[in-house]
Design a protein around this ligand. Sequence first.
Ligand code: GLC
Length: 748
Amino acid sequence: MKTIKTTLTCVLALCFAACTHSPAPADRSMEDRVESLLSQMTTDEKIGQMNQISPWGEPTQIAESVRRGEVGSILNVVDPVALNALQQVAVEESRLKIPLITGRDVIHGFKTIFPVPLGQAASFNPQLVEESARIAAIEASSMGVSWTFAPMIDIARDPRWGRMAESLGEDTYLTSVLGVAMIRGFQGNDLSNPSSIAACPKHFVGYGAAEGGRDYASTFIPERTLRNVYLPPFEASVKAGAATFMTSFNDNDGVPSTGNRFILDQVLRKEWGFDGFVVSDWASVAEMIAHGFSKDGKEAVEKAVNAGVDMEMVSGLYVGHIKELLKEGKISMAIIDNAVRRILRIKFRLGLFDRPYVDTAAPSVLYAPEHLQKAKEAAIQSAILLKNEGGILPLADKVRTIAVVGPMADAPHDQLGTWVFDGDKNYTRTPLKTLQEEYGDRIRILHAPGTAYSRDKQTSGLPAAVAIARQADVVLAFVGEEAILSGEAHSLANLDLQGAQGELIAAVAQTGTPVVTVVMAGRPLTIEREAAASQAVLYNFHPGTMGGPAIIDLLFGKAVPGGKLPVTFPRTSGQIPIYYSHNNTGRPWQGNETLLDGIPQEAGQTSPGNTSFYLDAGNDPLYPFGYGLSYTTFEYTNLSLSSARIKASDELSVTFDIANTGKRDAVEVAQLYVQDCFGSVTRPVKELKRFMRIPLKAGEKKTVSFTLPAEELAFYNINMEKTVEPGEFNLWVGTNSREGLQAKFVIE
Ligand code: GLC
C-alpha cells in the first residue's frame, strides 16, 4: 500500500507542478503558437505530423503528400537542395505551412567520422565527447539535417551484441555522463541555432539486454533493474533537455517498448515530465504484429498511440488506421493532440518555422581541418593500451625496419566502423599510409597484409608476412573486425579474431621479432592468445577518419595512451554476460578455486570449490572495466574521507594523492567506486560513481578530491522506492575497477 501511496503522491505532485508551472514568456509565446496552430489543424493534418517517411530514391516523389500535409518528417535525405525543395512545398504550398523535421543517423560523425561511441566512451572525457557531437551537428546541419537519432545510451553488457559498438559501454554512470555530453553537443546551447540538431536518446529501453546478445531478441529486465541500471541514462537525458526519444525494438517481459505504456507514459511523462516527442524505431509499430503483441496493423497502431509513441517511423500504419480508431473510440483526440503538440513544440524550438531552409550558399564545413584535428584527438584519447611488455612502446628511435602486417593496416572503409552513412572512406587516414608518409624517409617499412580482410581464411599470404617479420626490428600487426561485423543485426556467437588473423599473429610471433598488435574492432574480442603472443596490445574501437595518425602518434610516443575500457573483456564468449558491477551471489568466486586442468581424476564432488565460477575459464575477465595502461606509471596514496559517518543528506569528500612516477607526462583517469555492503535488496559489488581525467607531468604529484552526495547512492529498494539506505559502504579510488585504495564509511 505504501508503494501505491508513494506513487500516487508523486503523480499528484507532478500534476500540481504541471498545472502551476508557468513557462517563461518566451516559452509561453511558443506554447501559444503551438496551441494556435493545433487548433487550426484537421484530423488528417494532425495524423500527417505523426507520420515520418524515408523517401527512397527520388525525394520529389513525396512532394504531393507533403503538399497535402500528410508528412511531418522525413529521414535519410541529405541533399540540401532536395531538402529545401521539399521544405518549400511544406512551408509555402501546404495549407498550414508546417515545416518538416529531417532526421538522419549521425551516430559518431557526419562526414568527419569520430571513433564509434564505444571508443569515445574509452576516453572517459565528457568534454571531448561533447565537442565531437558538436562537430557532427555542425556538419550535418549544414546539409539540412535537423534531427539525429543519437545518442544511443543502451547499457551494453554482452559483446556478442553488435550494437555494443554504438553504446557508451556497460556502466550506468559513465553512460549517463557521456550521453548527456553528446546531447549537449548535438543540441548546443540553443536548439534554434542553425548548427543545432535535435538529439534522440535511444533505444528506450533495455535493448542491450537482448537474450543471448542476439539483436532484436527479447529482454527480461524486472522493474527494479530497469530503474537501477537501464533507465538512469534516459532520465539524465530528459534533465539535459533532450528533444526527442526513440523506442526500442525489444519486448521486455512480453511487452514491446513501442507499445509499453509503463515506460512511455508512467515513467517518461508522469515521473520525468518529458515534453518532447517519441518516435518509433524504424518499423517497430508494425513489428508488434510479428512480436505477437498485435493481431494486425490496426491493433498495433492502437497500442502504440495509446502507449505514447507520437511519431511513427516508416511503417505507414498511423495514416492508415488512426482515423478509424478515433471513430471507434479506441484512440482519443486528446492523445492525438498531445502527440502533435509535442511534435510542433520541437519544431518551434528548433526554429524550423522561422528558418526552414538550409543555407546552400554557405561555405562547406565538411572535413574542416579543425574537425579532422578533433577527430584525431578523439581517436588518440579513445585508444586503450592493454599490454606493453618491457616498454616496447613507444617505439624507440633505434627502430630501423618495421614489418606491417594484418588486414586492418590499410582498411579505409572498415576503420570507420559501423553506422557510417555519410562518411567517405577516401578521407580516411590509415595507419599504413600515415606510417609511410611520416616515417618512410627514415625507417624501412615493409608491408605484407597476410590476410586480405578480417574474415579471410586464406593462409596463402602468411609466408610473405613471416618473411618481412624476419627482416624487421618490430612487427606491427593490425587486426580486428571489418565494420560490417558490428552494429545493428550483427551479433556474433564467437568473439575470436575472424579468419586467419590468429594464425597470422602466431606465425609472425614465431619468428622471434617483437610483435605490437593493434586491434580495430566494434566490441571486445577474445584475444587472450594473440595478446600472449604480443609484446604490446593497443585497442581501438573503430577509430574513424583519423585513426591512422592517432595510432601512429601513439606508437611513436608523440601521444601517450590514456584510454580506459568502458566494457569488460571476456576471456571466452562462454563467460558472457560478464561485467564488473555484478551482484555478489551467496557463493562468490574467490579466485582460488581449482580450475579444469588442476582437478585430479576421481576428485571429490566439492573439491574444485562450491562457488560461482567456470571450471574451464574461471570468472576473471581478460581485462576489467576501467583498465588501461600508459607510457608512465601512477601511484595513488593517502586516501581520506571527510567523515567516516555521514547522513543521507550529507556530501562525502574523498581526497587522495596521485603521482606520476614515470618519465612521461600523461593523463590518468582516476575512478571512484562504491559498494553498498548490504541492503533491502542485493546490491552490486561495485559501482562507478565518479571519474576524473588528471594531467600529471613526469614526477608531478597532486592532491585531488571527489565530492559525492550521499543521495547519489540511492537505489530502488525492496518497496520500489528510490532511497538511500543506512548502512556500511566500501569505497575505492584507483586506476580501474579491480585495483585501488579502499576506505569504509557508514550512512546513518
Ligand atoms: C534502425 C535503428 C535505429 C535507427 C533507425 C533509423 O533500425 O535501430 O537505431 O536510428 O533504424 O535508421
